[in-house]
Design a protein around this ligand. Sequence first.
Ligand code: PYC
Length: 309
Amino acid sequence: MPALQQIRILDTHTGGEPTRLVLEGGPDLGRGPLAERVKLFQEKHDRFRSAIVGEPRGSDVFVGALLVEPHDKTCHFGLIFFNNVGYLGMCGHGLIGAIVALAHAGMVKPGLVRVDTPAGYIVAVLGTNGEVTFDNVPSYRKHHDLELYLPGIGNVPCDIAWGGNWFCLVEQHEQKLELVNVAQLTDYCTRVRQAVSDSGFPEVDHVELFGPSAKPGVSSKNFVLCPGLAYDRSPCGTGTSAKLACLAADNKLAPGAEWVQESIVGSTFRAKYRRQGDKIVPTIAGTAHVTAESTLLLDPTDPFVWGIR
Ligand code: PYC
């Protein structure tokens, strides 16, 4: 029998969106700044990404989080996020999932947790009730009311904002934000992303549609299309941060006021912000649940050992 390489993982979901935390057996990326380690992951070890989150062990929906030594020594640990097509600077649902997974493993206790990420360090608090609250990286709106032309649809105004990832945010659309419409929403957002890229913003890889929520006390419902065409089951931590940046820029939400963001599957994050110069610091709160603890086995004789690439 050939020796099987082993990767120890903990799976969680945050508001329906899965995170696969890699505890052991992932690639050795050294001890440099996390932004440099991501490049190394991508250039030299990308097959680990597809082996961990891709089929046949995972699916397009999974976000991976590689647990690493922090570069910033004030942090307890570092996380590098990845998905079915590449790498993420930050991931809000992934951070919540990873902290809940580490608490399950006895590696994190309720209280303050500082996490190094490629987009900057994050200060989080794990509550005794299991809720995770974190201050995200400084977020800001880059463009307001950019007109996109969608063939067959017409002109669609959008904002472009950074919340740890780049988002194109669309409020004025004819789409109904219901789970049964996921195929149509995905198609619409794919066209939006193409139009944004054609307008000179190829870095904008997430598209976020907003509409009203039917739930009392909830501020808004969203649909978020991720770069690999999976939609976010959670309200999207970085997407909610981008939304707060737009609300702050329009003076539609006061600093400290609560914004409750609902996802397309009905899960919610609570959010607020404080101003920091011409940016904002979003605070996001959500919960996650552990779904599996297991060991991925990599059989060198398996033709799909590194995933379906
Ligand atoms: O929660 O930030 C987030 C996120 C990004 C992509 C999927 N989820």
